[in-house]
Design a protein around this ligand. Structure first.
Ligand code: NDP
Length: 239
């Protein structure tokens, strides 16, 4: 069935920024599908939740096929699924942790892009919005892995926008600062905690706690998502 309203797919819409963006886009007249690794088990929402794990190739293919079967098109892809790391020195994080964060935060976007772009190319139009972070622009010490994953998102998105704009597809990144969500609770803890870093770890924890007190609600980021989605000439970066 081909719909007249634009169809949006938002990864990681079971909480936080993804959920707020889904609700905002719904109110603005989009047909919205969210995703969660738990699918509908993640709870009742105003929009359907498709099961999706962005680290799993088959899951990505199945989720995009399901959306296309239901709606026949995809106009907007919002790559939002991601997680952070608790402050850790480089030597406290293992290669497995580096692979894990890149697998979700960066390769997850690569997998979704590969699955969705052929359909957007066929349509001759489409928008992709990737949720990066202010740490994708300004890397901070002791969150090097997270910063690296978001820098990868920035570089990939910019290259992709140049590559796809002649096909009617535009790509933007949004770079939120601290936002009040489940993000911190889902932080990956370092593999090792070396005593010599305890002091800096405690200091950073205090700084982060203070920043979180003043942090934006996810609805603030959701407004930026809508602005980027609707812009006739979208910017590459929304900081
Ligand atoms: P939340 O933890 O509230 O939401 C993260 C979402 O990602 C959840 O819906 C979760 O769904 C989903 N998710 C996690 N891993 C996977 C996976 N492998 N496959 C599919 N879905 C997955 O955090 P936020 O809303 O804060 O985070 C959203 C994005 O915003 C992230 O990319 C984050 O890096 C970015 N960001 C957040 C900031 C903040 O301060 N909160 C600041 C800057 C950027 P489920 O568990 O149901 O699968």
């Amino acid at each position: 069935m081909t719909s007249i309203k634009p169809v949006a797919l938002i990864t990681g819409a079971s909480s936080g920024i993804g959920e707020a963006a889904a609700i905002r886009l719904l109110a603005a007249g989009y047909i919205v599908y969210g995703t969660s690794r738990r699918g509908e088990q993640a709870g009742q929402r105003q929009f359907p939740l498709i099961a999706l794990d962005v680290t799993d190739d088959n899951s990505v293919t199945a989720a995009v096929s399901e959306l296309l079967q239901r709606e026949g098109r995809i106009d907007l892809l919002i790559n939002n699924a991601g997680f952070g790391v608790a402050p850790a020195a480089a030597e406290e994080s293992s290669i497995e942790q580096a692979k894990a964060i890149l697998d979700t935060n960066f390769l997850g976007i690569v997998r979704m892009t590969r699955a969705v772009v052929p359909h957007m190319r066929q349509q001759g139009s489409g928008r992709i919005i990737n949720i990066s972070s202010i740490l994708g622009v300004v890397p901070m010490p002791f969150v090097a892995l997270y910063a690296a994953s978001k820098h990868a998102v920035e570089g990939y998105s910019e290259a992709l926008d140049h590559e796809l704009r002649t096909r009617g597809i535009r790509v933007s990144v949004i770079e939120p600062a601290y936002t009040k969500t489940q993000f911190e609770a889902n932080n990956m803890e370092p593999d090792a905690k070396l005593e010599e870093y305890d002091q800096v770890r405690n200091k950073l924890a205090k700084v982060v706690a203070q920043a979180m007190e003043k942090a934006d609600a996810p609805t603030v980021v959701a407004e930026v998502v809508l602005k980027a989605a609707r812009a006739k000439q979208p910017k590459l970066r929304y900081t």
